[in-house]
Design a protein around this ligand. Structure first.
Ligand code: TXE
Length: 509
């Protein structure tokens, strides 16, 4: 292990179990065990030290085929025959195992993504446990229904049955690897599907850990598989594979479109959870302390690497200056530091390449005339630790990149408005439709705005809330389909309609 990483880990007392899990080449997880089908590895870079942590298998199409065949045989074997309550028991045991392993998983997520270990614990690991516990309950409630035929002469028994859609390919982004894996894994398992997960090649560790935990608690071989490698190889191979019945993709809009096209070529079921550029409206009747605090957590959580980050604020002219002052002082007080430091709120971005993309947007904001309030003065990082300080610009407009593009970093743009019509028209501009937020203490304003805003998720006097009971997904360039909530289940089920003609009662007898 590189010296700088070793000293970083010893400074923050990283458990030995974490070190032994990462201080080795990482393979795939196929057919109930970790396999090393190739010595060809992709470097995993630890974001705080920017040193090589280890290598992960640079998978091939053959690895994808092996994993899909393993998932298929599990589906037609023991797993496919398990009664629902047995599936429920296994899913709950996996949730318990993740809870027991929380410290290891939080460390893995922090050193893989660069994120705050406190957030990894309280959001990523806690969210994964809740998702599994909630969807476990659905295993025994996926009934069809019996109908009383209304337009058939004679006597016909008519009913439906719900069946698992089959083998699911789950393609995961790097910002919340464990939590977003759990979004797909929990519903797929509850519906009786088997799964091949493809984590981002930058952040495979937590998915590999979960696969090991699943085997430990008794999941049959082949139910949960993990194939690692570059997206354009492994991700595309999964989207194209004839043995995959459903693709559940979370990631950027351009890649989502590519995955969608390939998936539809072989007529797969499809869910696309894509990017966003979520607007925030602060009316003149808002509680500004409440608004400022929620806006800051909504845009700087995970150092801004959040799909539904509220990154463009429209504030009524009457409270514009007061709000900007509160945002500025709040941002300046956010603790900045290493991901493994529990006190850190703003931590290194996932990679130097991504940091450069964020700085490129900061440079554009300066160049396009946005008014700098706080954060990074120019587009070159002065820091060697991968950190971009929380940055705010004021007097932004829709013809600036800061108000149009998804930046996916700790960068907030603000603009003032005069009428609610102007605010909603500007908020609804652009192609995304993932989330939006409204801050007002006036109930009429909040309800009217929540109806007029074009987004799949609306937050009132808050931002970024998630719950397993609530479907999460967007509109337009943010994709289609839902993760979480009862609405997600139909994406992993096929409904079959069955007609039974009763002898002696048909029109043809
Ligand atoms: O996405 P990428 P990233 C979005 C977020 C941001 C992006 C960041 O808005 O835009 O995700 O994650 C694989 N064919 N969301 O950079 O590059 C790749 O290996 C098939 C939205 O990881 O799109 C990775 O596993 N697969 C979300 C996955 O696709 C390919 C919440 C995503 O990679 C591929 C979180 C290809 N050609 C992040 N290229 C939401 N809306 O819920 C790459 N991949």
């Amino acid at each position: 292990m590189e010296k700088r990483i070793a000293s970083y880990f010893s400074q923050f007392k990283v458990p030995a179990e974490v070190i032994s899990f990462v201080d080795r080449p990482v393979g795939h997880y196929i057919g109930g065990s970790e396999v090393h089908t190739t010595s060809d590895q992709i470097d995993l870079i630890e974001p705080f030290t920017c040193e090589r942590l280890t290598g992960v298998a640079n998978g091939t199409v053959a690895d994808v085929d092996l994993a899909v065949r393993s998932a298929r045989s599990a589906l037609t074997g023991e797993w496919g025959r398990l009664p629902p309550l047995e599936r429920q028991r296994l899913i709950l045991r996996l949730a318990d195992a993740i809870e027991t392993d929380a410290d290891v998983l939080s460390h893995l997520e922090s050193i893989d993504v660069g994120k705050s270990i406190s957030e990894a614990r309280s959001i990523d690991v806690a969210g994964a446990i809740a998702n599994l516990q909630y969807f476990a309950g659905w295993t025994s409630k996926l009934d069809g229904r019996t109908t009383k035929a209304v337009a058939l002469p004679g006597e016909t028994l008519t009913y439906t049955v719900k069946e698992p859609v089959g083998v699911v390919a789950a393609i995961i982004p790097w910002n919340f690897p464990l939590q977003i894996l759990s979004w797909k894994l929990a519903a797929a398992l509850a519906c009786g599907c088997t799964i091949v997960c493809k984590p981002s090649e930058q952040t495979p560790l937590s998915a590999m850990r979960v696969a090991h935990l699943a085997a430990m608690v008794g999941f049959p071989a082949g139910v949960i598989n993990v194939v690692n490698g570059f997206g354009h190889v492994i991700g595309q191979a999964l989207a194209a594979h004839k043995g995959v019945d459903k693709v559940s993709f979370t990631g950027s809009t351009p890649v989502g479109k590519a995955v969608g096209k390939t998936s539809l070529d072989s007529m797969k079921r499809l869910t696309l959870e894509l990017g966003g550029k979520s607007p925030v409206i602060v009316t003149g009747k808002a509680n500004l302390d409440r608004a400022a605090s929620a806006i800051l957590s909504g845009v700087f959580l995970n150092s801004g690497q959040v799909c539904d980050a509220g990154s463009r604020v429209y504030v009524h002219r009457s409270v514009h200056e007061e709000l900007v002052h509160k945002l500025w002082t709040g941002a300046e007080n956010l603790p900045v530091g290493a991901g493994l430091d529990p006190a850190s709120k703003i931590t290194p971005l996932v990679s130097p390449a991504h940091r450069n993309k964020v700085f490129d947007h900061i440079g554009s904001a300066h160049a396009e005339g946005a008014e700098f309030v706080t954060g990074e003065m120019d587009s070159e990082s002065q820091r060697s630790d991968g950190i971009v300080r929380p940055t705010i610009f004021d007097n932004c407009s829709e013809n600036m990149r800061i108000f149009r593009d998804e930046i996916f970093g700790p960068v907030l743009g603000v603009s003032h408005y005069d009428t609610l019509d102007e605010a909603t028209d500007r908020a609804n501009s652009g192609d995304f439709g993932l989330a939006a937020a409204v801050y007002s203490e006036n109930i009429d304003e909040t309800i009217m705005l929540s109806r007029r805003l074009k987004a799949g998720n609306i937050y009132i006097n808050a931002h970024g809330l998630l719950d397993p009971t609530m479907p999460f997904g967007g509109l337009g360039a943010s994709g289609f389909g839902k993760d979480m909530g009862a609405e997600q289940l139909d994406g992993f089920l096929s409904t079959k309609s069955i007609y039974v003609q009763v002898a002696g009662h048909s029109t043809t007898d």
